[in-house]
Design a protein around this ligand. Structure first.
Ligand SMILES: [Cu+2]
Length: 288
């Protein structure tokens, strides 16, 4: 099954009395099809977005009949996780309304959330929306095209790497079982400080010791996993993950659906650098 979004126009977004004939509107609406009958309807203002310019991004999670869902579950300390990856894999953003403004009763009643968003590069971006309902982890995906300049690279840089740095921290990717499509792959991220000492002060970030966003090189598929722990598969969205890994090593496990090249971003926070979210990116091949 493909997670590739089905683009279709939905005439009404909560609070906006637009119709498909309303060509003067500066807002366009597009629905992304999820895998379970849910969809996310989204818009940007202005539309289309311009590279490097701040826009306001609004999304609504809907049921298969286009209705709001007034009992979405918070998961990982946020109502909806929104992730934007450029088709050239150079630009990565993971954001939420709660990073800017508190969720209101109206947000919850209409399952509509909004946040400022700047995407730096013109071209296609792959979007992932992660949310939870009735104890199910749900995801909808879609594409957004950003106009203006600078443009993305014509093709993604697929040079594989096992070392990454961010803000003076060095991360090494160590496979404990190599990635083969359809089988669980296991890896560890080992973190070292600029002076060579082990990083041992990770603090929970969005309800997990570390988050890992994964996309395929074609940016037609994406997923989201977290630092591995026993019984992880039994986690429901309302549960809090244990804080097990202060560093220097954080384990992950994931079963890749198909062979090919993938890029991942491992995100975490440190007690010694409050407010900063580290993002370590790695490119690797999964055997088919
Ligand atoms: Cu998130």
């Amino acid at each position: 099954m493909t997670l590739r979004a089905l683009a279709l126009f939905v005439p009404v977004l909560a609070g906006l009395a637009c119709t498909s004939a309303d060509t003067d509107s500066s807002v366009t609406e597009t629905a992304s099809e999820g895998v379970t009958g849910y969809q996310v309807v989204w818009s940007s203002d202005p539309a289309p977005m311009q590279a490097g310019d701040a826009a306001q991004f609004t999304l609504q999670v809907q049921d298969q009949d286009g209705r709001a869902i007034d009992d979405l579950q918070q998961n990982h300390e946020r109502m909806v996780h929104a992730i934007f990856v450029s088709a050239d894999l150079a630009s990565f953003t993971h954001t939420h309304q709660e990073d800017y403004t508190a969720v209101t009763a109206d947000n919850l009643r209409t399952s509509t959330f909004s946040f400022p968003l700047t995407l730096p590069l013109a071209g296609r971006y792959f979007m992932m929306f992660d949310y939870a309902h009735e104890n199910n982890w749900l995801q909808s995906t879609d594409d957004i095209v950003v106009e203006g300049a600078p443009a993305q690279a014509a093709t993604p840089d697929l040079t594989t790497n096992t070392e990454a740095t961010d803000a003076g921290v060095q991360a090494s990717l160590i496979w404990t079982s190599a990635p083969v499509a359809g089988f669980e792959a296991d890896w560890t991220i080992r973190l070292t400080d600029a002076d060579g000492s082990d990083v041992t002060d990770l603090v929970p970030f969005l309800g997990a010791d570390a988050h890992c966003i994964l996309v395929n090189a074609e940016t037609t598929w994406g997923s989201h996993t977290h630092a591995w722990f026993p019984d992880m598969a039994r986690m429901t969205p309302s549960m809090t993950m244990p804080h097990l890994y202060p560093g220097p090593e954080v384990p992950f496990a994931y079963t890749f659906p198909a062979g090919g090249t993938y890029k991942i971003w491992v995100q975490f926070q440190r007690e010694s650098n409050p407010g900063y979210v580290y993002a370590m990116s790695f490119v690797f091949d999964v055997a088919g």
